[in-house]
Ligand binder design. Structure first.
Ligand code: NAG
Ligand code: NAG
Length: 281
C-alpha cells in the first residue's frame, strides 16, 4: 500500500473524470457511500496478526468494479446482498471500507499499562502507538499536507487517508524484526515513512493516560466483538475468519479474493440492497 500512495495520486484524476452510473445512486465515488466496516482483532507483536495485516494490505489494493455498474436489484433470486462484480463502482477495495484494528488483551489493574498483553508490556506499547497514531492522524491533517493541490483531489484524500496513514505505519512496523514493535525509534522511523510527524501529541498519548485509555477501550471492544484470537477478521462487526497458527473458522474462505468478494457483497447490501427494498423493487 505504501507504493500505492504515489500511484493513487496519479490515478485519481482519471477516476474523477469517469463517473460510474449506478441506478440507485447519484454519486460516483465509493467512499461517498456507506463504507464497509472491517476490523482485525490483533496483538501488535503476534505473527498471526502480521500475516493477517499483510493479507489485508493486498485485499485493500485490489481493484474491483466497473462493468458499467449496471445492477439488477434482487437479480438471481438472492435479494439484497447478491454482490456481483458489476454491482460496485470501479475502485480499490480501500475506497469501500473503513479499517480498524482492535487489540486483544486482558484487563488487569496491576499491570503496567492496565492490560496484560500476551507478548509482554512492549506489545501493549506497540498497541498504544498504533491506537494513538490512528486517533491523532486525522483526515483533516492529511488534506492540509496536500495544500496547493486541487480541491477535488484533496477531498478524495481526506476521505481515504483518515485510516490509510496509520495503516501504512502498521505495515512499516511489521517490516523487519518483531522486537522493534513498541520501540519509539522504530515508531519515529515509520511515522516518517507514512509521511507523518511523531510529534509531542502522539508521543505523549502513548506515554500517558490517553494511550492507556485507548488500549483499555480497544481491549473491551475486541472482547465485546468476540475477537478472542489474534488474528480475527470481522466484517460488519461479525467474525468471518481466524488465523491462529493456521486459517480456521473461515466459512467464506481466507484467500485475498474471498475477502474481496465478502467486502463487495457487504457493500452492495449496505448501499444498494436496502435502497432497492425501500423502493419496493
Ligand atoms: C496482572 O499483572 C501482573 C503484573 O504484570 C501480573 O503479575 C499478573 O499475573 C497479571 N494477572 C493476570 C490475570 O494476567
Ligand atoms: C502534532 O501533529 C498533529 C497533526 O498530525 C497536530 O494536529 C498537532 O497539533 C501536533 N502537535 C504538536 C504538539 O506539535
Amino acid at each position: 500500500m505504501l507504493s500505492l500512495i504515489a500511484t493513487a495520486l496519479l490515478a485519481l484524476p482519471s477516476a474523477l473524470a469517469s463517473p460510474v452510473q449506478l441506478p440507485f445512486h447519484s454519486t460516483a465515488s465509493p467512499s461517498s457511500t456507506r463504507l464497509v466496516p472491517v476490523a482485525l482483532g490483533v496483538m501488535s507483536k503476534c505473527p498471526d496478526a502480521m500475516l493477517c495485516e499483510n493479507v489485508w494490505d493486498r485485499v485493500l489494493e485490489t481493484r474491483v468494479g466497473g462493468a458499467g455498474g449496471v445492477l439488477v436489484p434482487g437479480g438471481g433470486g438472492g435479494g439484497a446482498g447478491g454482490g456481483k462484480e458489476g454491482d460496485v463502482p470501479r475502485g480499490e477495495v480501500s475506497e469501500f471500507v473503513s479499517m480498524e484494528l482492535v487489540y486483544i488483551g486482558r484487563e488487569n489493574k496491576t499491570a503496567t499499562h492496565g492490560v496484560t498483553c500476551m507478548h509482554g508490556d512492549s506489545e501493549c506499547v506497540g498497541n498504544m502507538q498504533q491506537l494513538c497514531a490512528a486517533k491523532h492522524w486525522t483526515p483533516a491533517d492529511a488534506a492540509s499536507r496536500h495544500e496547493g493541490e486541487d480541491d477535488e483531489l484533496r477531498a478524495q484524500l481526506r476521505g481515504k487517508q483518515g485510516w490509510e496513514d496509520w495503516w501504512n505505519f502498521v505495515q512499516c512496523m511489521n517490516y523487519g524484526d518483531r522486537s522493534r514493535i513498541g520501540s519509539e525509534s522504530a515508531a519515529k522511523e515509520c511515522a516518517r515513512v507514512a509521511k507523518r510527524d511523531w510529534n509531542e501529541s502522539v508521543a505523549s498519548c502513548v506515554a500517558g493516560k490517553e494511550g492507556r485509555h485507548l488500549l483499555l477501550s480497544s481491549v473491551r471492544r475486541a472482547h465485546k466483538l468476540g475477537a478472542t484470537k489474534s488474528c480475527t477478521v470481522l466484517i460488519e462487526d461479525k467474525p468471518v475468519c481466524v488465523h491462529d497458527g493456521t486459517w480456521k473458522e473461515c466459512p467464506a474462505g481466507h484467500e485475498v479474493g474471498d475477502f474481496v468478494r465478502e467486502v463487495k457483497e457487504s457493500w452492495v447490501k449496505l448501499n444498494v440492497g436496502g435502497k432497492a427494498e425501500e423502493m419496493g423493487v
